[in-house]
Design a protein around this ligand. Structure first.
Ligand SMILES: [Mn+2]
Length: 360
């Protein structure tokens, strides 16, 4: 890693004092929440007390929301850490925070804007390792590796594994994962179970993420999660996903020339990631998959996947929504997401087909 960056990181985290008001903002998926658990535990070890505020954002956007800035101000936060969020994609709400807080950004999405400044330490996976593809350097592993330089985190290795499973990064860190399972006497199914459980809470009731965080924060073993009240959420998700996979068999549109499969559905849950992850990893790794979920209010949310890296999903969605009013998209090469207005669906599809035909 860039030596200067690492020095900046170390001096940022070594500066933590009991009198600081420290806030963490994290993505609400399995990688984001695992990263937050490791970061919070590290802070507790460094300064003797946990972070004062741990939050996620309502709209689940990658950039900072106005509400978040307000919350930070109200709580007199003076040190702010963002995890697993591409806050640099739209930095409008970010810069004003520098007026009252020092900021640490840790993320593995592509670099949109380098936000490094006197007030901000900006760390992306692409800077930490040239060997690991950024989408495979899960933020939970990134946070684990970084904070391990200043405090002992061996007991939290399994938490990093939960995040890595969530972001499909295990293959890039085989020997680490093997070592953790062996020394901690854990099974892969326990780790996967935790990942599924965290994902299920996000799908069924994202408002429950903060109570899940508290449970996860205090857990010293996967059992604490697996035997909790949240485990019933897994069965609910499984049932709804099976229903949607049956619907996929009947309703999916295939475009062989563009190697594209397109599927649109409605559900009472925000479940598109669970549906598309199953299709993409288990059945169609070498196809471009796009799943569109109608969440009401005239808004459609989008997910795109392709596991062979032949087409960049983040670039594809970003380009396809760019001409659409209110359209937003972002993410990784193999996995991206976004949203558009329902009225723009036909135009969105046309844009996707045009871009893919061009690439072919
Ligand atoms: Mn991630």
């Amino acid at each position: 890693m860039h030596k200067k960056k690492l020095e900046e990181f170390i001096s940022f985290v070594r500066s933590f004092e009991a009198s600081d008001c420290i806030a963490i903002l994290h993505d609400s998926d399995a990688d984001g929440i695992s990263a937050a658990v490791i970061c919070a535990r590290a802070i507790e070890r460094l300064r003797g007390s946990p972070p004062d505020l741990v939050i996620t954002q309502k709209k689940r956007m990658v950039s900072i929301e106005k509400d978040t800035v307000k919350k930070l101000r109200q709580n007199h936060v003076n040190k702010f850490i963002t995890l697993d969020l591409a806050v640099d994609q739209d930095p409008r709400e970010f810069r004003p925070i520098e007026k009252f807080a020092e900021i640490l950004v840790i993320d593995h999405h592509k670099v949109y804007n380098d936000l490094s400044s006197k007030k901000t330490v900006f760390i992306k996976a692409s800077e930490l390792s040239k060997k690991v593809e950024p989408s495979k350097y899960a933020t939970s592993k990134l946070v684990f590796d970084l904070f391990s330089r200043v405090t002992d985190l061996h007991d939290l290795e399994w938490v990093a594994c939960v995040g890595m499973v969530g972001d499909f990064s295990v293959n890039a860190w085989k020997s680490f994962v093997r070592h953790v399972l062996k020394t901690k006497k854990l099974s892969m199914s326990q780790i996967k179970g935790c990942t599924e459980l965290v994902n299920a809470v996000e799908i069924i009731d994202v408002k429950d993420i903060s109570s899940l965080f508290r449970l996860f924060y205090g857990a010293s073993h996967p059992k604490t999660l697996l035997e909790s009240r949240f485990s019933r959420y897994r069965a609910k998700v499984e049932e709804e996903r099976s229903r949607l996979l049956r619907e996929f068999d009947k309703k999916a549109e295939t475009h062989p020339k563009q190697e594209l499969i397109f599927f649109q559905f409605k559900s009472k849950y925000s479940i598109k990631s669970a549906v598309i992850d199953h299709l993409s990893t288990k059945i169609f790794p070498d196809k471009t998959l796009i799943v569109v979920e109608d969440i009401g209010n005239g808004i459609l949310t989008l997910s795109a996947r392709r596991q062979d890296f032949k087409v960049k999903m983040n670039d594809l969605l970003e380009k396809a929504v760019k001409p659409l009013k209110g359209g937003i998209a972002g993410g990784h090469v193999p996995a991206a997401g976004g949203k558009i207005r329902r009225a723009d669906l036909a135009q969105f599809k046309e844009n996707v087909l045009k871009i893919l035909s061009h690439n072919a």
